[in-house]
Each structure stands twice: as structure tokens, then as C-alpha cells.
Design a binder for this molecule. Structure first.
Ligand SMILES: COC[C@@H]1[C@H](c2ccc(C#Cc3ccccc3)cc2)[C@@H]2CN(C(=O)Nc3ccc(OC4CC4)cc3)C[C@@H](O)[C@@H](O)CN12
Length: 292
């Protein structure tokens, strides 16, 4: 029976079979939640169950100051080169920064302080003013810790899961951006043992309990550790993240009390998602699937 039959009136001469009200309908094509979304929701639940608060990471553009200088990362560090970082043409510079804090950061880079020798170079404000696409969510962690330091001290547990951008060669497992997962605990008298303990708690909730730690280096954490977990499936140790204790050269200029320590760790969202979903080409995670 068509619209034309109805308009022409010739439906009267047509033969119709009995309507089968018990016939099954067409299977409804349902949508699917994206694997990255499902894994990030699972990780968000883990952090919330551990009493962590989510950081506001809804801005991809950061200043070099918050992304590097506040983390005591020197201005000549290779990661700050345009080969590794996306700098912005417009707006190319940050409008304003907390001037008193900037002065203390300049001081710690140039001549040290709080027992540190610093880097003994001429720190440049115009370098710190350059806007970029954040290379890690630690650029947000630094701002949250600075805000914490401006109020009467209280211990805090923060997390973030969001996009970060690196000007790197793209290959099967690397794109110019990825989602970083970061957790941090700020409290008086925290030790490396507390970091190891919170890592065991966190990763055991992801089904990874057999962990090993390897000394590593980050410009903003000392000591630093790479985190490994034995993967029963692959029968080998898999690097599952990086961690460390933020340096005094980062925390003291913020104004945090001398006995306050911050332990932190990070991992990517893509790696666990690809492993959990058996995806071996990161491009299958993004963009429209083109079956050529
Ligand atoms: C440019 O690449 C950086 C990324 C990404 C990464 C690395 C470090 C941090 C960090 C940090 C940090 C350190 C100190 C203080 C604060 C933040 C965050 C993400 C992953 C971190 N990595 C990573 O995610 N690996 C991983 C994580 C989970 C996982 O689960 C599977 C189900 C079993 C499997 C693998 C480790 C490696 O993949 C590494 O080669 C790649 N890393």
C-alpha cells in the first residue's frame, strides 16, 4: 500500500493479506558507547571511590608558565621546543599571571632556594608567557596546588582524565594527542611508601596487583618511578605508568608549608583501552572507520 495508491484511490481494487500483528519488528540499530568513554568512566569511578576530587581540566590552552615553569622545568628543556609542543599563534601569550608567585618561580629557576641550587640561567618572562596546548594535565595540577597554598592548609586528593597534546611523530600507537590520567595526594609528611601504597590500591582496582617500580626521571618529581605490572596474558612486565613526589622547587614557591608533600602518578587512557579491547592500531580508536 503506497501514498500513490491512496491518492489515486486504486487501493480499493488491491488484494491485501491479513496483517500479522505477531510479526517481529526490524531489529533496532542501537548505538554504542565509545571504548575510551567506558574506560574513562570506570577510572573516574575508581578515583571517586578512593575519595579523589576531579580537577577542572576543561581548557586545552595553557601558558608555558603553568605547563612548565611552575613545575620547575627549565626554559631550555627540550620538551619545551616547538618540535615537542604545540605553541599557539593567537592568542600567543597569557594575559596575566600572579606576579608575586612569578617572581618566586623566576628566583628558584635562576638561583635556587629552599636548599636547591636552581639552574643558574637567565629566566625569561616572555618565554613563560607563551600559550600552548598543554602537554600534560600536570599543568592543571600545578594550578590546583597553587590555589591550595593560598588558603589555610588542608590535605587534598585530586584526579584528572583529559586530553593532552604533543607535537610528536604519529605512528601505530602514537597520535599527536592522548588522554592523560593523573592522580595526586597532598598532605603533611607523605613518603615514597605512601606513593607505593596508593599505586597498589589504585591499580589493584584495575586488576593489576603484581607491581614493580623502577627509578626514573621527571623534571618536576624527585624521586620518580616507572610503574610495571606483570601481564598474565602477554606473560611479560608491561609499563603501566609513571609517578613521583613533586620537588620542593615546585611546591615551596607556591607557598605550601615546608612539611607538605605531594605524591602523584599518571598513565594514558588509550593504552589500557587498546589492551582491554584488543585494539592494536590507535587509529581504530579515533575517527570514522573507513573499510577500504
Ligand atoms: C608520551 O607517552 C606517555 C604515555 C603515557 C603517560 C606517561 C606518563 C604519564 C605521567 C605522569 C606523571 C608522573 C609524575 C607525576 C605526575 C604525572 C602519563 C601518561 C603512557 C603511560 N603508560 C601507560 O599508560 N601504560 C599502560 C597503562 C595501563 C595499562 O593497562 C592495561 C590493562 C593492562 C597498560 C599500559 C606507559 C607506557 O605506555 C608509555 O610508553 C606511554 N606513556
Amino acid at each position: 500500500l503506497t501514498r500513490e495508491n491512496m491518492q489515486r484511490g486504486d487501493w480499493k481494487d488491491l488484494e491485501f493479506k491479513e496483517y500479522n500483528f505477531c510479526a517481529k519488528g526490524q531489529p533496532a540499530e542501537g548505538g554504542h558507547l565509545h571504548p575510551l568513554l567506558k574506560v574513562s568512566q570506570q577510572l573516574k569511578m575508581i578515583f571517586l571511590q578512593m575519595g579523589f576530587e576531579e580537577m577542572p581540566t576543561n581548557n586545552f590552552v595553557e601558558s608555558s608558565f603553568w605547563n612548565f615553569d611552575a613545575l620547575f622545568q627549565p626554559q631550555q628543556h627540550p620538551a619545551r621546543d616547538s618540535h615537542d609542543t604545540f605553541f599557539l599563534r593567537a592568542p600567543s601569550t597569557i594575559k596575566q599571571l600572579p606576579e608575586d608567585y612569578v617572581e618566586r618561580v623566576k628566583e628558584i629557576h635562576e638561583s635556587g632556594g629552599y636548599g636547591s641550587r636552581g639552574y643558574a640561567y637567565e629566566w625569561r618572562r616572555d618565554e613563560a608567557n607563551k600559550n600552548l596546548l598543554r602537554t600534560h594535565t600536570t599543568a592543571v595540577s600545578s594550578q590546583m596546588l597553587y590555589l591550595l597554598a593560598r588558603n589555610p592548609f588542608q590535605s587534598k586528593k585530586y584526579f584528572s582524565i583529559d586530553r593532552v597534546f604533543r607535537n610528536e611523530a604519529v605512528d601505530r600507537t602514537h597520535l599527536a594527542e592522548f588522554h592523560q590520567i593523573e592522580g595526586l595526594v597532598c598532605d603533611r609528611g607523605l613518603t615514597l611508601g605512601d606513593l607505593i601504597g596508593v599505586l597498589h590500591d589504585f591499580f589493584s582496582r584495575l586488576g593489576m596487583s603484581n607491581l614493580r617500580f623502577k627509578p626514573a626521571y621527571n623534571p618536576y618529581t624527585e624521586p620518580s618511578m616507572e610503574i610495571f605490572s606483570y601481564h598474565e596474558g602477554f606473560k611479560k612486565w608491561v609499563e603501566i605508568g609513571n609517578s613521583g613526589m613533586f620537588r620542593p622547587e615546585m611546591l615551596r614557591p607556591m607557598g605550601l608549608p615546608e612539611d607538605v608533600r605531594v605524591i602523584a602518578w599518571g598513565l594514558s587512557l588509550e593504552r589500557p583501552t587498546m589492551i582491554l579491547y584488543g585494539i592494536d592500531n590507535i587509529r581504530d580508536l579515533f575517527g570514522h572507520k573507513v573499510d577500504l
